[in-house]
Design a protein around this ligand. Structure first.
Ligand SMILES: [Zn+2]
Length: 225
């Protein structure tokens, strides 16, 4: 789950829907949870639901979501502390991605963090796919988008192995803007040049800065992970 930095509220809102394009300007037209690119009808989602005490018009309580994640999440979380969130936690450290199992908590993190990661997966139904134990609804096409991106990332990987140039790395980074950031990071996990270009291009759309110039890891304050 791509960790995002929304920055400060650009203004105050009288209608939360009006924050949609300001949010997209900061973090791109991507679902904050499943990482799918959403060019049509992206939704402003209340991280803590309004009927669970969440602030209806507070920028800090907004993320962008596809309609599937938003609908499944609904008002089911009554707190923030039992889950991991891409705007406050270092969520790139919490989940592992694979074609076979979609998304799982990383086994390298502590048991208690794995529970929080699993809670987030369950809250948005992020691991729903036809062959899995959690089946998607007919309308839920997130798994298709994810599968398409695995295919595209693997083809890009083959190109990279044939022509590992900085130009190719930049081209792959541009292609990664098709969505599902974490899949690209997984496919190119051994290829630092490509990872750097992917992070550079995503930093223009709100990727939380993960490394210093000397590649020490920057961690967020007050994050659960
Ligand atoms: Zn989504």
């Amino acid at each position: 789950m791509r960790p995002v930095d929304k920055g400060n509220a650009p203004k105050t809102y009288r209608n939360y829907g009006k924050a949609r394009h300001d949010l997209a300007k900061k973090i791109g037209y991507y679902c904050s949870y499943c990482e799918m690119k959403v060019m049509n009808s992206i939704e402003v989602e209340h991280i803590l639901p309004r009927n669970q005490g969440g602030e209806p018009l507070d920028w800090d309580n907004f993320l962008l979501s596809c309609k599937y994640c938003n609908t499944i999440k609904s008002d089911h979380n009554s707190n923030l502390s039992d889950y991991l969130w891409p705007d406050v936690d270092n969520t790139d450290l919490a989940f592992s991605y694979s074609e076979a199992e979609m998304i799982k908590p990383k086994t390298s993190i502590s048991q208690s963090l794995q529970i929080l990661a699993k809670n987030s997966i369950d809250l948005m139904g992020l691991d729903r796919f036809p062959g899995g134990s959690n089946k998607p609804t007919e309308a839920d096409t997130r798994w298709r988008s994810r599968q398409k991106m695995w295919d595209l990332a693997k083809l890009s990987y083959n190109d990279w192995k044939e022509a590992p140039t900085i130009q190719m790395a930049r081209q792959i980074a541009r292609t990664s803007l098709n969505g599902h950031y974490s899949i690209w990071i997984d496919v190119f996990k051994e290829d630092q040049i490509v990872l750097t270009e992917i992070d550079k291009i995503y930093s223009e759309i709100g990727l939380f800065k993960k490394f210093t110039s000397t590649r020490s890891r920057i961690l967020r304050n007050n994050a659960k992970i």
